[in-house]
Write a protein that binds this ligand. Sequence first.
Ligand SMILES: Cc1cc2nc3c(=O)[nH]c(=O)nc-3n(C[C@H](O)[C@H](O)[C@H](O)COP(=O)(O)OP(=O)(O)OC[C@H]3O[C@@H](n4cnc5c(N)ncnc54)[C@H](O)[C@@H]3O)c2cc1C
Length: 509
Amino acid sequence: MGEPAFGLARERTVDHLAERRFDLLVIGGGIIGAGIAAHAARAGLAVALVEAGDFGGATSSASSKLIHGGLRYLRLGDVRLVREAHHERRTLTRIVAPHLVHRIPFLFPLYEGGPYRPAMVQSGIVVYSALARSRLNWLVEPARARDMVPSLRPDGLRSCALYTDAWTNDARLCLANVRAAADAGACVLNGAEVVALRSSRGRLVGAEVSVDGRDIAVEARACVNATGPWVDQVRRLEDPRAGTSVRLSKGVHALVPADAEWAAALTIAQDDVRVTFAVPWYGMLLLGTTDSPHEGDPAAVVVQQADVEQILAEALIALDPALLDRDRVLATYAGIRVLPTGTGDSVNARRETVFTRGPAGMLSVAGGKLTTYRRIALTTLDRLRPELRLNRLDTRPWPLPGASGLEQSTLPLEVEPDIRAHLLHLYGSLATEVLAPALEDPTLLERLHPRGPDIAAQALYAATHEWARNTDDVLRRRTTVFYRGLAGEDTVARVERVLAAAAPLRSGS
Ligand SMILES: Cc1cc2nc3c(=O)[nH]c(=O)nc-3n(C[C@H](O)[C@H](O)[C@H](O)COP(=O)(O)OP(=O)(O)OC[C@H]3O[C@@H](n4cnc5c(N)ncnc54)[C@H](O)[C@@H]3O)c2cc1C
C-alpha cells in the first residue's frame, strides 16, 4: 500500500492543526460535530474537527440505532418533530446513506390490560404513517404478527399495530460524516481534546488542544461546541459562570442472539408514554433502552446489573422468556441522552436541540437525534452564517462517501456471500477500497472471528483510512465484532497484529 489517503498521517494532521488558520473549529466528533464539519467543509470553509476520544465514541455509538420519526413524540404532541424526522429518514434511506440506513416494519403489540386501546393506537399510527408518507399502517391479527416475529408472546395478545421506520449502524454513520468532512478538505483528528479556549478582545479566536501529550494552539474565526453530554463543561471553558443548559439521562441496551429471522422490529409499550424496542440487528436482537437521570461526569456512565435486568424484564412483556435468559446476553452498552433543562421526568422530555451562545461568541449545540443530525448541522451553520461570511448555504442532500455507485459495485475479490453483504452494508461502494490490499495479502480476507462476517482487511482499513488508534476503536466502532460478543482474546490479538503492521502507514513514516 502506498501513501495513506486523506492526510491520515497523524503527525501531519497535528502540524496542520497548529499551522493553519481555520474558518471554523468544531469541538466534538459525534454525529452532530461530524455532520457540521462535513457540511461546512463542503460549503468551502476551512474546517478543523477535534474529538477528545474516538469519533462516535460517546452517545453516537450508544443509541437505539434507529432512524425514526419517533412514535413517542407523537404521543407527546410534537407533530413538527415527527414530520421533520420522517423527512430525514426518507432522505437518509434514499440519498445520503442507502447502504447504512434500511427500512424495517415495526409491530406495536397490544395486550389485554396494556396501557393502550387498539382504536387509540390505530389512530395514532394512521397519523404517524401519514406524516411518514407511508401506507404501512393497519392492525395485524396475532397469527400474522407471529409469522413476522415468531417469538412474540401470544398470551393476551389482542392485535398489533404495524408501521415502518428504519435501522442503522450509528457509529458507521458518524464515521461516514467524518470521512465526508476529510474528503472535502477538513482537518480531522481524534484523541484531541479542547482543554482551553483562546480569545482576543472579547472574541474567541481558537482553542488549546491536547494531543498525544502536548498542547497545540488552533486558530479559528468561529467555534462550535458539539460535545453532547459535555456541552456545559465546554461552555464553562468560555464562561466559568455559565449555568446548566441541559440535563442528562442514561440509556442502556443489551444484545441477545435472535432465535429466527424476524421480519419486523417490536415497539413495546411500558406505560402510556415510554416504549422500549426489540430490533433485529445483524442476526441479533437489540433490546432497550432504559431511561434514568444521570448526574456527574458523562464519561463515568456504566452498565449496571440492574440495568440489564430491567431491559430483560421489560422485553418479557412481548417476548418469549426463553430468549431473555441473562446468560444469552452477548453485549451491553450505555449512553447519555442530552435533554433540555426543565421540570418533569426525562421520559417525558422532548428530545429537542438546545442552542446557546457564549459571551465570546461560541455556539453550543446539544440534544436532538441521530435521525435529524443533518438538519441540526444545517441549522447550526445557518446560525453562524454572519461570522463565517457564508452567503448561501446549500441545503440539498448529498450522498455520503460510499453511498453512490452501490448498484455498480463489483468487488475486486471473491468473498463469501455474508462477508460481501456485510462489507457493502458498512462501506457501500468503498468496500472495493477496503478489499484492495487483500489482492496482495490474502490473509486479510480471514474473518476476525469464525462466527462473524468482519474480516482482517477492515481492521487495516480502520487504521489507514478511518483514524482507528486501538483495538477498541476497531472492535466497537469500525466493525461489529464487539456487539456480537466476539471480542475475545484471540480476536483482540489478531486486531493488534493488524494495527501494528499498519503503524508505519499511519504515522506517515
Ligand atoms: C440511549 C440512547 C438511545 C438513543 N437512540 C436514538 C435512536 O434510536 N435514534 C436517534 O435518532 N437518536 C437516538 N438517540 C439520540 C442520539 O444518539 C444523539 O442525539 C446523538 O448521538 C448525539 O450526538 P452528539 O454528537 O451531540 O453527541 P456525542 O455523540 O456524545 O458526541 C460528543 C463528542 O464530544 C466529545 N468531546 C467532549 N468534550 C470534548 C472536548 N473538550 N474536546 C473535544 N471533544 C470533546 C466527546 O468525546 C464525544 O465524542 C439516543 C440517545 C441515547 C442516549
